[in-house]
Design a protein around this ligand. Structure first.
Ligand code: NCD
Length: 325
């Protein structure tokens, strides 16, 4: 492109990846671009009229083969706020219940002309498989215990809003890390931002590769770790993925690992608490801790919508399309 053309044609902003399957696929520049445009979309979500025409004429298919409240609604609303059309398929109430395969569901949507497919599935790798059957941009909304890239990005966005300069700060992840796709994705992204990560839980719920593979320090004692943490990330027990009992009793788990008001007092004054939801109040988090001003659960929901708008915008339209309106 000549220098003159470059001056009159604004550089179209798009991600370096066509699909979002894992946070590890994103470059540093991609992450920065997603955060910057999420900041603008957060501002749009605060206006009285929250809709922009950026993706008018585009169609987003939302395929959920596992239960979900916030992720599904957040993706649907993100697409609608950008003026895209949305079609939603969930495993209950659709032909999936009649035995239709994932491939046939994807091909059906593809024939109807979708531009993006948001996929949640209990099998790790299912969103990757979808990319081989479809020409659409595929966004992984959680695949088994593998990855949940939009959760990691929204967590980063919510933390950036409260914690200055993440480099050298301590992230403490507590609970069922072994079965958590959120832990896998969020730990990897926050380590890239320079955070130092400690995973804490009963030995049976920590992944065997936590130290050697994931680069985390392992701890079994929450009370020793809380005073040093800048960000405390609590996880739900993923009972649906556990094929046997991994803890002796829930009462013992609560006694050792629940973030109660009493334990919260041991935290630094400016430390923040995150939880991806859905929460089990009274198990991993004390009910009063949920409503504490240093708990960012509602920020996470707001950032989730903004980050998903940002991703759909950057993957489907970008500035070129927006500029034509
Ligand atoms: C998480 C998920 O589905 O992995 N929730 C979410 O996306 N909001 C965490 C969980 O289910 O515990």
């Amino acid at each position: 492109m000549s220098q003159v053309t470059q001056m009159i044609t604004p550089q179209r902003k798009t991600l370096g990846v066509r699909h979002l399957l894992s946070v590890d696929d994103l470059s540093d520049a991609d992450i920065q671009m997603i955060m910057d445009s999420a900041d603008s979309f957060l501002e749009i979500s605060e206006r009285p009229i929250k809709k922009v025409p950026a993706l008018r004429g585009k169609t987003v298919g939302v395929l959920f083969f596992e239960p979900s409240t916030r992720t599904r609604i957040s993706f649907e609303l993100a697409a609608k706020r950008l003026s895209a059309d949305v079609v939603s398929v969930s495993s209950s109430g659709s032909s999936v219940e009649k035995g239709e395969s994932l491939k046939d569901t994807v091909r059906t949507l593809e024939c109807m002309g979708v531009d993006a497919l948001v996929v949640r599935h209990p099998s790790p790798g299912a969103p990757y498989q979808v990319t081989t059957w479809s020409d659409s941009a595929v966004l992984n909304a959680g695949d088994g215990a593998h990855q949940h890239p939009t959760q990691a990005l929204l967590d980063l966005h919510a933390i950036r809003g409260r914690v200055q300069d993440l480099k050298g700060k301590r992230l403490l992840v507590v609970g069922d890390i072994r079965f958590s796709r959120v832990a896998r994705s969020t730990i990897s992204l926050l380590q890239r931002m320079g955070m130092d990560v400690v995973v804490c839980g009963p030995p049976t719920l920590l992944p065997p590769d936590a130290e050697a593979g994931m680069g985390c320090r392992v701890s079994y004692r929450l009370d020793d770790e809380l005073p040093e943490a800048d960000v405390v990330y609590l996880l739900r027990m993923q009972f649906e993925r556990q094929d046997k009992s991994f803890i002796p009793t829930l009462a013992e788990y609560k006694r050792l690992f629940s973030l109660t008001t009493e334990r919260q007092k041991a935290m630094k004054d400016d430390a923040v608490i995150l939880h991806p939801g859905p929460m089990n109040r009274g198990i991993e988090i004390g009910s009063e801790v949920v409503d504490h001003p240093r708990t960012l659960i509602e920020d996470q929901v707001r950032s989730g919508l903004a980050v998903r708008m940002s991703l759909l915008y950057l993957m489907l339209g970008g500035e070129e399309h927006a500029a034509s309106h």
